[in-house]
Design a protein around this ligand. Structure first.
Ligand SMILES: Nc1ncnc2c1ncn2[C@@H]1O[C@H](COP(=O)(O)OP(=O)(O)OP(=O)(O)O)[C@@H](O)[C@H]1O
Length: 340
């Protein structure tokens, strides 16, 4: 018997559309495929539709049209089977701060129906996996933001999910705390080969930890592939050039040089992609200075996913968020996670 295409993937999404009751189209024909055991990032600015997609895949809301399967089960008609195989770690706080870490997991173990004779070992294992054994007897209000996040993930691991969905797993955490969250998650993922789908607006995080990335903007997939493939789309190195003068005019002047793509030109800074910066940089400086524009400083780096996003949308993630008017939402979430 031939295998159905949508059953060979851990997650299969085809032409998903979600229109909320007020008429807002949050997803506009999203398709994606995630292999079993893959770590997959969905990246994009606030309001891109990432949470909506995740809520549909975790059977919390229904799509308006299109279809989605998780481990071969339809999220709409077989939602019970999907729920048995997955865990979901939401963006919002999902633990209580006035009880201990252990008590939180005990509470969840009861909700999940874990038999009482197995609870202690399952909770201990989950705490150990997330590096929280020593802190397990402390009130959660004494935990750092990173420890709280790891406790929420520990709760999700107790059901031994085949697919884990994480919505902005490190939002509001400092770089070191983000690293520890990922260190623990990766150790777990490696050992159990679970499939991980996570949402993030941190492009560097997607680039560093995801095997595949789907870039979402305004409810549509605008790019997908491995981080390396996406970065290769740009074909070269990224040059940042700070100038004395109008960046718009500088951009027009430079666009006439072969082998230069100006990704953005704002606030005295140009972001340029070029195949060979050692050849192009002197040319750029010379061309600009001939027209009275002085170059103040330059940096050369490997292109990043953030640069790919700029190329595809004409703006940075930050600018896209400002434009969507949803930037404040994220600022509040960050503050909550950071304990503000
Ligand atoms: N329940 C709802 N009713 C109406 N509109 C909604 C609802 N939930 C989300 N939206 C809107 O749908 C769009 C997509 O939101 P969504 O939360 O999926 O985006 P996101 O990429 O996850 O952003 P964030 O990072 O802020 O969560 C936004 O414009 C949002 O305001």
């Amino acid at each position: 018997m031939s295998e159905r295409k949508d059953e060979k993937y851990a997650i299969y999404v085809e032409n998903l559309i979600k229109v909320y009751s007020g008429g807002l189209k949050a997803l506009d024909g999203v398709s994606l495929e995630v292999n079993e055991g893959e770590i997959h990032a969905v990246v994009g600015p606030n309001g891109a539709g990432k949470t909506t997609l995740m809520r549909i895949l975790t059977t919390q809301i229904q799509p308006t049209s299109g279809h989605a399967r998780v481990l071969g089960y339809d999220v709409r008609s077989e939602s019970g089977a999907v729920r048995k195989l997955i865990s979901y770690v939401p963006q919002e706080f999902s633990v209580w701060t006035d009880i201990t870490g252990y008590e939180n997991l005990l509470f969840y173990s009861k909700i999940y129906g874990i038999p009482s004779d197995k609870r202690y070992s399952i909770i201990s294992d989950a705490l150990e996996l997330m590096g929280l054994s020593e802190a397990s007897g402390r009130l959660v209000r004494t935990y750092s933001g990173g420890m709280i996040r790891r406790l929420e993930i520990a709760a999700a691991l107790m059901v031994k999910p085949k697919v884990i969905f994480l919505d902005e797993p490190t939002i509001g955490l400092d770089p070191r705390a983000r690293e520890v969250v990922w260190e623990k998650l990766l150790e777990y993922q490696k050992e159990y080969r679970v499939t991980v789908l996570f949402n993030t607006h941190y492009m560097d995080e997607a680039e560093r930890y995801a095997e595949k990335v789907t870039v979402l903007n305004k409810g549509r997939v605008i790019a997908e592939g491995t981080p390396q493939e996406l970065v290769r789309l740009l074909g070269g190195e990224t040059l940042k050039v700070w100038i004395e003068g109008e960046s718009e005019r500088a951009s027009q002047i430079l666009s006439s040089i072969d082998g230069i793509q100006v990704l953005s030109a704002k606030s005295n800074q140009l972001i340029i992609v070029t195949p060979d910066s050692s050849v192009m940089l002197p040319k750029i400086v010379q061309t600009l200075s001939k027209t009275g524009i002085e170059v103040r400083s330059t940096t050369v780096s490997r292109p990043t996913l953030e640069d790919v996003f700029i190329k595809l949308t004409g703006m940075s993630i930050e600018e896209a968020e400002k434009a969507s008017g949803l930037r404040e939402v994220r600022a509040v979430r960050r503050a909550i996670r950071a304990g503000g």
